[in-house]
Design a protein around this ligand. Structure first.
Ligand code: ZN
Length: 388
């Protein structure tokens, strides 16, 4: 990994990780992305769909009927103001998966007229039949409009000993990986057809991706690679932070495309052949269900890469990865963390995938050919020579 890519990775991660976002409230991130994409000039085309997902399309050489679609989501679990009680208590809903026990006394902040306004959680409760939690907060003097987004009151992003800590890694780190990928394709004049797909509202049940699938807004034959951050495990069996990007074979619900997953492992293997320091992991990350399962059930050739995430959804637990890293906004609320080397490794696998996707055939045809050749050329004769 060259120094320039490393520095740029931290720059993009920091810029994006500091943006305000929440499910259905991704406006600030989308604004940042559109400005970034504008600077790419003719190197990439940008479009939006009916629900606001962003597509950044890179074509150099031939257009493909089966482009590589690299997807990441732009939202993160957060608050959205719903109103105000007579006594001034702020009412909000919390969208996304954070357990109510983590809310007690925690500090939040709301994005009001381009600055943060602090608040403290007073009460949280589950409302029957609703996905979002109902939260009451105190200490807010400003009149916040309904629809104003809030996040945990955590500081801007930092990098210490390779650990990137921010209010949000899930999934703006995935989105940042697509940004870095496209920049590297442009700089390296790499031939290929890639659609960077930035989706909305994953944390409330894959809404942005479901809109893409229902609407048929990407080509039927697209090869889809979903990028995520996914809970790192403290011990044994799971993914480790700093041990390389994870080729995610599946999630809590689905097992992804065997062929495309194998292709990604081969790409990582090729990088490893040339750089003995390069590391990657291949794991089932079954802490949650991700967008790649949504693509899968709609019939897309779908695989996934992810980064081992500390303090998943800002919940920090003693003994788990992330504990002690980053700042806190309450007893159990902290910045999410990833390892920078895992991030740059993920982008490297993606660049390699773009270079090699021309050789990819869906399914495991390549493996079948290899095994069948081995049988015909070596093993069949052995059976004849060694009868039992
Ligand atoms: Zn996510």
């Amino acid at each position: 990994m060259n120094r320039e890519n490393h520095g740029r990775s931290i720059e993009v991660l920091t810029a994006m990780g500091n943006l305000p976002t929440a499910p259905y409230c991704e406006g600030a991130v989308i604004e940042w992305l559109l400005k970034w994409a504008e600077r790419l000039g003719d190197s990439a085309g940008v479009r939006r769909d009916k629900v606001g997902n962003v597509y950044v399309e890179y074509v150099r050489g031939k257009r493909s009927s089966a482009p590589l679609v690299i997807e990441a989501h732009l939202d993160h679990p957060g608050f959205v103001v719903t109103g105000r009680a007579r006594d001034g208590t702020l009412r909000a809903e919390f969208r996304g998966g954070v357990r109510p026990s983590f809310f007690a006394g925690a500090r939040a902040k709301f994005w009001h007229e381009k600055r943060w306004v602090g608040a403290t959680v007073k009460r949280v409760r589950q409302v029957n039949g609703k996905r979002a939690l109902a939260v009451e907060l105190t200490g807010v003097k400003e009149k916040l409009k309904a629809g104003t987004l809030g996040m945990w009151d955590l500081p801007d992003a930092t990098v210490r000993r390779g650990i990137f800590a921010a209010r949000v890694c899930d999934d703006l780190a995935g989105a940042a990986a697509i940004v870095c990928l496209i920049e590297q394709l442009v700089a390296g004049k790499v031939a290929g057809h890639v659609i960077g797909l930035f989706t909305r509202a994953e944390e409330v049940g894959f809404a942005g991706v479901l809109a893409v699938c229902e609407g048929g807004w990407i080509p039927r034959k697209a090869r889809v690679i979903g990028l995520e951050t996914s809970k790192a495990s403290a011990a044994g069996g799971g993914a480790e932070q700093g041990a390389g990007a994870v080729i995610r074979v599946g999630d809590r619900t689905g097992i992804f495309s065997a062929g495309l997953t194998h292709f990604l492992a081969q790409c990582a293997g090729h990088i490893g052949d040339e750089d003995s320091d390069f590391r990657y992991q291949r794991r089932l990350m079954d802490g949650g269900t991700c967008n790649s399962t949504a693509f899968l059930v709609y019939g897309y050739d779908s695989a996934a890469l992810c980064l081992a995430l500390g303090n998943y959804h800002n919940m920090t637990v003693k003994g788990e990865i992330g504990w002690g890293d980053g700042a806190k906004a309450g007893k159990g609320i902290a910045s999410e963390t990833i390892h920078i080397d895992d991030f740059t490794g993920m982008v490297r696998i993606l660049v390699e995938a773009v270079k090699r996707i021309g050789t990819y055939q869906p399914g495991l045809k390549v493996v079948r050919e290899r095994l069948s050749k081995m049988y015909r050329e070596e093993q069949a004769a052995m059976f004849v020579k060694s009868p039992v």
